[in-house]
Design a protein around this ligand. Structure first.
Ligand code: IPM
Ligand code: MG
Length: 353
């Protein structure tokens, strides 16, 4: 098949992990007889520097013409000025919002080869395989806000409408139906009005999915349960910021934040794919970043936007096999193990493919 992808390397380690993922996509194209074309555009801090905006017009247009978007990371200390009018993260949020990518899928599982690297009792990790469905275009990130400006007051608002909750809940219930048929809906209904709307809407949507077992978990309790009973979760549905926080926490179960991929989907097969980690400015340019999050995001792109399930599974199996062989980038290597560079790890994945 032919597919045109917009690629957004972004900032920090972004270009390094993007290069790794594109090599993997090229190998997939070669092996399975596909043609993938890449159009590279700007996003985030480097877009502010080069095009004067964190989400330039050209990026929006190229995205509209693409079948899917692969993004690496945005942000960095040089753009962290509190009085700045534009910020790298704004570009990413604008991109998600522009394409109405309201459902962010973040799978988390424990790799047997890495169980010794996780700071939890190994018996707790057996069978950990969960999927976050994070609401991505509403909630606390997008409600009415007031910037600090020169004053002493600032606020953000957690606002949801029933249809916004319904559409993401539908995605989560459908995902649960294809998995172990369990959904944990995260909220803070004991305190927040918006979260009472969340809970009552999820209960209503559940009527259409009677084969799925639904539990409601308060967000603070969920943060604890992720560490005390991680294997009991299947699909976890969460508000935008709750999902942001809990998925970073859950990355510990996988071995490192560098492992987690994500897919952001809307109403069609078009999607944005990005690792869950950030731009890691402290290690940028050193060639040691973990490329797994971006490589597995490319696998999700193959699966969800291009319907290439065999190819997606082959990429995932290749990553598994390299980990099983004992290769680790610095973030997952223990002190007694040598660390592979980004390139070494990527080449090992290519060899498996
Ligand atoms: C993520 C990131 C982003 C978010 C930032 C970079 C805006 O933390 O994708 O999890 O908060 O959504
Ligand atoms: Mg985050």
């Amino acid at each position: 098949m032919k597919a045109s992808l917009m690629v957004l390397p972004g900032d920090g380690i972004g270009p390094e992990v993007m290069a790794a993922a594109l090599r993997v996509l090229d190998r997939v194209a070669q092996r399975y007889g596909h043609q993938f074309s890449y159009r590279e555009e700007l996003i985030g801090g480097s877009a502010i520097d080069k095009a004067g905006s964190s989400f330039p017009e050209a990026t929006r247009k190229a995205g509209e013409e693409a079948d899917a978007i692969l993004l690496a990371a945005v942000g960095g200390p040089q753009w962290d000025n509190p009085s700045a009018t534009d910020r790298p993260e704004r570009g990413l949020l604008a991109l998600r919002k522009h394409f109405e990518l309201f459902a962010n899928l973040r799978p988390v599982r424990t790799y047997p080869a890495l169980a010794q690297h996780v700071p939890l009792r190994p018996d707790l990790l057996v069978g950990v395989d969960l999927l976050f469905v994070r609401e991505l275009t509403g909630g606390l990130y997008f409600g009415p806000r007031k910037e600090m400006g020169t004053g002493d007051e600032a606020y953000d608002t957690l606002l949801y409408t029933r249809p916004e909750i319904e559409r993401v809940a539908n995605v989560a219930f459908r995902a649960a139906q294809r998995r172990r048929k369990k959904l944990a809906s995260v909220d803070k209904a004991n305190v927040l009005a918006s979260m009472r709307l969340w809970r009552s809407t999820v209960i209503k949507v559940h009527e259409e999915y009677s084969d799925v077992q639904l539990e409601h978990v308060l967000v603070d309790a969920c943060a604890m349960h992720l560490l005390t009973r991680p294997a009991s979760f299947d699909v976890i549905l969460a508000e935008n910021m709750f999902g942001d926080i809990l998925s970073d926490e859950a990355s510990v179960l996988a071995g490192s934040l560098g492992m987690l991929p994500s897919a952001s989907l809307g109403a069609t097969s078009f999607g944005l794919y990005e690792p869950v980690h950030g731009s890691a400015p402290d290690i940028a340019g050193k060639g040691i970043a973990n490329p797994i999050g971006t490589i597995l995001s490319a696998a999700m792109l193959l699966r969800y936007s291009l319907q290439l399930e065999t190819e997606a599974a082959a990429v995932e199996a290749a990553v598994d096999a390299v980990l099983a062989d004992g290769l680790r980038t610095a973030d997952i290597a223990r002190r007694d193990e040598g660390a592979a560079s980004t390139t070494e790890f990527t080449e090992a994945v290519l060899a498996k493919l």
